[in-house]
Design a protein around this ligand. Structure first.
Ligand SMILES: Nc1ncnc2c1ncn2[C@@H]1O[C@H](COP(=O)(O)OP(=O)(O)OP(=O)(O)O)[C@@H](O)[C@H]1O
Ligand SMILES: [Mg+2]
Length: 311
């Protein structure tokens, strides 16, 4: 079988002073993405989603574990291969740079394009992200664009690096509800039209994950508590935390759910043991106090859950 596009195994990330790290942002996180897949990473604030994005992009180093891209250790692959698209499209753009400048930089610097080839590449990118006609948008500055248009510019900039993987970290959570679906639709199309072979979509909410993802990984305090095909997890959520996430999906016209009671990160303190969800769990068993449950397969192998009560 072909290598997965992206393979993450045993990722563990500590933050804090080198000798005495205190925060355990990720604990033994493993998942992989096959060609053409969109995987949603779902979890509340502080669950470690952006830490995974940063490790994939090379901004942060992992403490333990490894990442492979097309079978090669990520450290040996060009940084361009994994591109991040961020939550806030305004702060990610320099207010003084035109759309043309933003999109042409990577084409000039990395693909060494110039002249006619550069013009054609810019126009292609503008069409891929549906900022057309290009001549209308290319001279514009960020403040002359809507939030959705700015996010399209950032997606075009990411695509200009010809990435194999796009990691979109809450790409629509700051956008108007009416344009979220459009931007998610655009990300979805990238798999067919571009160099992009797989997408990691990071979000707080399950509803948007279902709109776009093939599979979902649910994180809680740095640990995978459930993963599986998105439809299976929606129809048969096995972990009480996933069940909670699904219960708070609002009506289409309401604000998207954000669980406000963020739990602190897992720490290296001896008091952190047992199941990380125990304080909120409606079905906790005595064993959950002392033993952190492993992620095990349930159903027919398309779903995994880390919960003593679901065995
Ligand atoms: N540079 C850092 N130094 C120390 N702790 C950090 C650092 N970056 C993140 N953390 C901690 O690691 C944990 C995971 O953070 P991360 O940013 O990955 O969460 P997240 O799931 O992306 O949250 P959000 O939904 O709010 O963006 C949090 O408890 C956070 O406080
Ligand atoms: Mg984040």
């Amino acid at each position: 079988m072909a290598d997965p596009v992206l393979e993450i195994e045993g990722l563990t990330k500590y933050y804090g002073p080198k000798q005495h790290p205190t925060v355990v942002a990720l604990r033994n996180v493993s998942f992989s993405l096959e060609a053409g897949e969109i995987l949603a990473l779902v979890g509340e604030s502080g669950s470690g989603k952006s830490t995974i994005a940063k490790i994939l992009n090379g901004i942060e180093m992992t403490t333990r574990g490894f990442v492979r891209l097309e079978g090669k250790p990520i450290e040996t692959v060009s940084r361009q291969a994994v591109q991040l698209v961020f939550q806030d499209p305004y702060s990610a753009l320099n207010p003084l740079n035109s759309v043309e400048y933003v999109i042409s930089r990577p084409l000039i610097n990395f693909s060494k394009l110039s002249g006619n080839a550069l013009t054609i590449a810019i126009e292609n990118l503008m069409e891929q992200v549906k900022l057309t006609p290009p001549e209308l948008f290319l001279p514009k500055l960020p403040h002359e664009l809507s939030g959705g248009q700015r996010q399209r510019v950032l997606i075009a900039r990411a695509l200009a690096c010809r990435p194999q993987v796009i990691v979109a970290d809450e790409p629509v959570s700051m956008l108007d509800v009416s344009i979220r679906a459009e931007i998610l639709g655009l990300l979805n199309e990238l798999r067919e039209l571009t160099s992009v072979r797989a997408i990691v979509y990071i979000t707080h909410d399950m509803a948007s994950a279902r709109m776009i993802a093939d599979r979902v990984v649910v994180l809680y305090r740095g640990k995978i508590v459930e993963s599986g095909m998105i439809d299976t997890v929606f129809e048969h959520p096995a972990h009480p935390y996933t069940q909670l996430l699904l219960r708070v999906i609002p009506r289409v016209d309401a604000a998207w759910p954000e669980l406000s009671d963020e739990k602190p990160a897992w720490t290296t303190s001896p008091s952190d043991h047992g199941c990380p969800f125990i304080a909120r769990c409606p079905v906790a068993l005595p064993i959950c106090q002392s033993q952190d449950p492993d992620l095990v397969e349930i159903g027919h192998g398309t779903q995994q859950v880390a919960c003593h009560a679901q065995r």
